[in-house]
Design a protein around this ligand. Structure first.
Ligand SMILES: [Zn+2]
Length: 199
């Protein structure tokens, strides 16, 4: 096989949930396309890679030119609620349900001895400050219902500590054990969010 094509296939094959066969199909389809899709993809990728960074406040990926992300800039979201999630895909899932209209905080992972994820690996350095400065009254944990999720939740609660007038809540038991948020249908997630319980 041509070495340039081989290199491309390897790049695609490494992407999440793809593999060698999917990589081959994608590369073939791109290289045989006559409408310039390969160039558009390459340009969009270069542009995003050069300009998209985590929001310094909450961790949502955003355009570096805008400073803070769309959620942190939106004053109508300063309603005292802060939802803590593992990653950006959880924000997208929650936004689809439209049940939440506060601010987010992305941890960027979960504590895990097995995976070697330690507290320093999580995006928590500014979390207590956020809770105080943004007048947060409810911290909502929307983390996976796993041992790692619960361990992380307890750790984050200890980091935030006791701030007057702040209560903590977690999603109701509609989230199945071991379940990631993005495996839930919108209805189940909305129910679990609406029926969240104080902890
Ligand atoms: Zn933000």
């Amino acid at each position: 096989m041509n070495s340039k094509i081989e290199r491309l296939i390897k790049q695609f094959a490494r992407l999440p949930r793809l593999g060698a066969r999917a990589g081959q199909r994608i590369v073939l389809s791109l290289l045989q396309d006559k409408t310039g899709r390969a160039e558009s993809l390459a340009n969009a990728l270069m542009d995003a890679a050069a300009t998209i960074r985590p929001c310094p406040c909450c961790g949502v990926l955003t355009d570096i030119d805008s400073g803070a992300c769309e959620f942190c800039r939106d004053a109508s979201r300063a309603n005292g609620q802060l939802c803590i999630v593992r990653d950006l895909s959880d924000v997208w899932v929650l936004e689809k349900t439209a049940i939440f209209h506060g601010r987010y905080h992305i941890l960027g992972g979960l504590l895990s001895g097995a995976a070697g994820t330690m507290p320093d690996d999580l995006n928590i350095a500014n979390l207590s400050e956020r809770v105080k400065n943004e007048n947060i009254t409810e911290v909502i944990f929307a983390l996976p219902n796993t041992v790692e999720g619960k361990t992380t939740q307890h750790y984050v609660m200890s980091v935030i500590g006791t701030v007057p007038n702040v209560r903590f809540s977690e999603l109701a038991s509609g989230v199945p054990l071991g379940g990631d948020l993005d495996y839930l249908d919108d209805g189940t997630l909305s129910l679990a969010f609406g029926a969240r319980r104080e902890i």
